[in-house]
Design a protein around this ligand. Structure first.
Ligand code: FES
Length: 168
């Protein structure tokens, strides 16, 4: 199969998935938030063209859809890495030295606050407000997995482990 054909097929599959999600929620404007949640789960972020299509399908102004997508911190408008590494920088974690962990992660992955995703799209490093697990401070979350009593060395070891697994 030609690469262009494969790309076209992948686009069609993506579009079908998008329509499936919209249909599942009856293309109802009142269900915009769950629709966006499902789309983010599917794409790992909310591409601009997808948001425009959602607006058209739900017959609501694009500005409303973008307004909701930008209001909730949970929604991402930029693509993120396969592994989203979130370091808690709430008060308890901050006091227990979360910043050196953040610095060690950024150094290891060669990312910054402005350029938070690695070029291979494997990792995104972010900080979050209190995760409600202050007893475990400092807390690191990688996708859905929560790690407590983190240290810079352990955090870097976790990243190295994931990378090694991905390279297998
Ligand atoms: S401050 Fe980090 S979990 Fe509460």
């Amino acid at each position: 199969m030609e690469p262009s054909q494969a790309a076209a097929l992948a686009e069609t599959a993506k579009f079908e998935k998008l329509c499936g999600i919209l249909d599942h929620y009856d293309r109802h404007p009142a269900r915009l938030v769950p629709i966006l949640q499902a789309l983010q789960e599917e794409y790992r972020y909310l591409p601009q063209e997808v948001l425009s299509y959602v607006a058209t399908s739900l017959r609501i102004p694009e500005a409303n859809v973008f307004g909701v997508a930008t209001f909730y911190a949970h929604f991402a408008l930029e693509p993120k890495g396969k592994y989203v590494v979130r370091l808690c920088d709430g008060t308890a974690c901050h006091v227990k030295q979360s910043i050196p962990i953040l610095e060690a992660l950024r150094e290891r992955l060669d990312v910054t606050e402005a350029k938070a995703t690695t070029p291979d799209m494997l990792f995104t490093v972010e900080t979050v407000a209190c995760l409600g697990a202050c007893g475990l401070a400092p807390v690191l979350v990688i996708n859905e997995d929560v790690y407590g009593q983190m240290t810079p060395q352990r955090a870097v070891a976790l990243i190295d482990e994931i990378r090694a697994k991905e390279l297998q």
